[in-house]
Write a protein that binds this ligand. Structure first.
Ligand SMILES: Nc1ncnc2c1ncn2[C@@H]1O[C@H](COP(=O)(O)OP(=O)(O)OP(=O)(O)O)[C@@H](O)[C@H]1O
Length: 259
């Protein structure tokens, strides 16, 4: 029986190797089994991966392989999520940080990740819905989001997750606050904060120590609210991050919620 595979690659991800990797994936799959019928789709704009994934779901593909980073996976998942028949998702970590691939313990070595498409086990993955969009990894408001906007692709390639820390420290000095009203399973939170971080996993931005109790399939949004964040204060946070106790940072509000 034919196994329909769509490879969605983002040529702007990571070190821009994804087109070449797409061909390697196709060659590998065709070598494994002549039943694989492979279609390669390269993104030309930010909306393409979602559009291609939607097309794969509509046409009952068996597997969609995302080649890129978390941004590309998120775009692909947004295209697949609304459908009842969803192709399986394969991930080749060709982005810069590859947070989700690290969480899922997908090999970061490309040939090993390609082999993993055939030999790896299927894992359920929580997908969060935000209005009409979907999230698979992290949603953030405040310092980190502002830093992400300021970090160029070249800086990400050169410094990895540390690029966000450099920019974030500069932005911290501006002391921008957001007034938030959050309704969650356990009640309401209302106040002013410099950082809101919502994760679906135990990790954000490639830092794996955020919340050791969180799992990719626990069905929860994990919410961290940081009211005040000074440069010196954030240095004080480091030991908490390193020891997996971010929830215990003084003044940080943490809760988990299903909606
Ligand atoms: N052809 C394109 N040109 C520019 N941007 C694109 C193109 N195709 C997709 N994008 C956008 O590029 C963004 C970043 O891609 P992605 O996250 O895969 O790479 P990355 O930033 O290098 O990796 P990571 O998220 O792991 O750090 C995506 O959100 C996507 O919408």
């Amino acid at each position: 029986m034919v196994k329909k595979v769509m490879i969605i690659f983002n040529p702007s991800s990571g070190k821009s190797q994804s087109k070449k990797i797409a061909q390697q994936v196709q060659d590998y799959l065709e070598e494994q089994d002549s039943a694989y019928q492979v279609k390669q789709m390269g993104t030309k704009s930010e909306t393409d991966a979602t559009k291609f994934a939607k097309e794969a779901a509509e046409n009952k593909f068996d597997l969609v392989v995302s080649i890129g980073g978390d941004g590309t996976i998120s775009d692909v998942v947004s295209g697949l999520s609304p459908f009842e028949h969803r192709p399986k998702l394969g991930i080749i970590p060709a982005g810069t940080v590859n947070n989700l691939a690290r969480v899922l313990e997908i090999p970061l070595d490309i040939p090993a990740a390609i082999e993993n498409l055939v030999t790896g086990d299927l894992t359920p993955l929580d997908v969060g819905q935000v209005n009409d969009s979907y999230m698979i990894s992290t949603l953030t408001l405040g310092v980190l989001a502002d830093a992400a906007l300021e970090v160029s692709q070249q800086e990400k390639q050169k410094f990895g997750p540390f690029a966000f820390i450099f920019k974030g420290s500069k932005i911290l000095v501006q002391h921008k606050h957001y007034h938030l009203k959050i309704q969650h399973d356990g009640g309401k939170w209302r106040g002013s904060a410099q950082l809101l971080l919502v994760t679906m996993t135990n990790s954000a931005g490639g830092f794996p120590y955020l919340d050791p109790d969180a799992a990719v399939d626990d069905g929860y949004f994990h919410v961290f609210i940081v009211p005040e964040l000074s440069f010196i204060g954030s240095l004080r946070f480091l030991p908490y991050f390193i020891s997996g106790k971010a929830k215990k940072i003084p003044d940080v509000t943490y809760f988990k919620t299903k909606k």
